[in-house]
Ligand binder design. Sequence first.
Ligand code: FES
Ligand code: MG
Length: 572
Amino acid sequence: MAETRALRSHGWFADQGVLGFTHRSWLRNLGHPDHAFDGRPVIGICQTASDLTPCNAHLREIAEHVKRGVYEAGGLPMEFPVTSLGEILMRPTTMLFRNLVSMDVEETLRANPLDGVVLLTGCDKTTPALLMGGASVDLPTMVVGGGPMLNGRFRGKQLGSGTDVWRFADARRTGAMSQADMNAAEACMSRSAGHCNTMGTASTMGCWAESMGLSLPGMAALPAVDSRRKAMAHVAGNRIVQLVREDVRMSSILTRQALENAVVVNAAIGGSSNFAVHLLALAGRLGIPFDLNDLDRLGRSVPLLVDLMPAGRFLMEDFCYAGGLPAVLRELGDRLPHPDAITVTGGTVAENVADAEVFDREVIRTAADPLRTDAGLAVLRGNLAPDGAIIKPAAASPSLLQHIGRAVVFHGVEDLHARIDTVECDRDSVFVLTGVGPRGFPGMPEVGNFGLPRKLLESGVDDAVRISDGRMSGTAFGTVVLHVAPESAVGGPLALVRDGDVIELDVDARRLHLAVDDAELAARKAAWTPPPRAAERGWVRLYVDHVSQADRGADLDFLVGGSGAPVPPGNH
Ligand code: FES
Ligand code: MG
């Protein structure tokens, strides 16, 4: 099919002089025929497969199916790697590298002869990193996720990625589980290709992409190994070629309406608390004003419809068989703020899911009979978090959502580990962890759901209020206040809390208060000294010098916004 207009890749391939010769000639070593360079859409396939990111390793195979679809539609696929962020192995935390990968994606897209791109995502940070980088370039863009692992199963019981590890760790500390059983369970949890099978961050991010209209409907919940995922990757290959021909840019899908829909969907599925920081960062790249107040407002009174771990009972495989995200979107109906938002299918959100059905009401509830009525992430404010903090009420203990207790303070992760089992505390204690924010740690690790003192666990206490400037794993649960801004390392009030101070949490009132008078806080602030910079060189130096606070998405200040996709000058 002859293209009706000159595409961006013409800037490389149309030239009949030295430049065009060079660009075409070297690519011919891949075996491309003459007509590969006739002006057809060139489609990047942004690859995050890596043996170091086992959740995404099967994306090598998925990419082949995207390629089939691209060729079939008359495009030319070009698969390329970007740094892959494997949640499980990378230290100190993948979040330290999300923005780095977004730069990798952005610069690779802009520097190469690409007219559109399919982003292959899966493990937690791979999705926001690729979306952020893509948004700053704004080519026609689609997301093909790797999908979740099959259900884990151990001795007749479902095993949820991450979630059951936290449970086992507590059981092990109290002696309720043997080391031999723990070792046996290890082999039963991750028994197929794919990302975490709970509604942790990876599944949340997959649902996010789908809810914003960047993925084909049904993509998020389909198991990684289901052959229909390959077929869907093939169709995505078809579709991205068409999006290039119609010049449907990423920014015409990722509108404010799409972001607003995503907040409501995230509440309805009980999505990860990490959603907040990634959504805010993406909004920044898109130039869409969006803040924590929007997040709180839009998520209020959204019913929790999906009964998945970590907060609930089931896993992503069950969610798929119950109807997946299309069924949730249809069930939300008018509760979705913008059912008429356009998606990569060319249809609206509502049109895409018009025929969606729920096949298991245990897994996907009706909006009239939800698991809870107020499922959104709650944004807390007060003198302890002037720029906000978040809590996921759906994963918290209802009895602790209004709570007053005395602070037990740990300064950093090492202090926590050294003293957690010996500190003075009682069942009402409020555990505070400082020094784990974006700049302080650095990278804002997922330690906010730290384990409780053994003596509390042994006395039957299985939850307590915990407060930090860090994040928590999307697979975790508990009454955990996260993302406190500004963080302690920049002198936020969290740095000023002392053992024995009274802290008041009231989630309904969205309040987080330190009951210490202003004069005393001012005196403590005057005596406070900032911690030394975490690194003097390299990426970490760049990161700590430029990272924003959690309420701005913890992006780097100079990455906010985008630079589009102009064709750069040639180098010959
Ligand atoms: Fe990769 Fe959970 S560790 S998705
Ligand atoms: Mg995770």
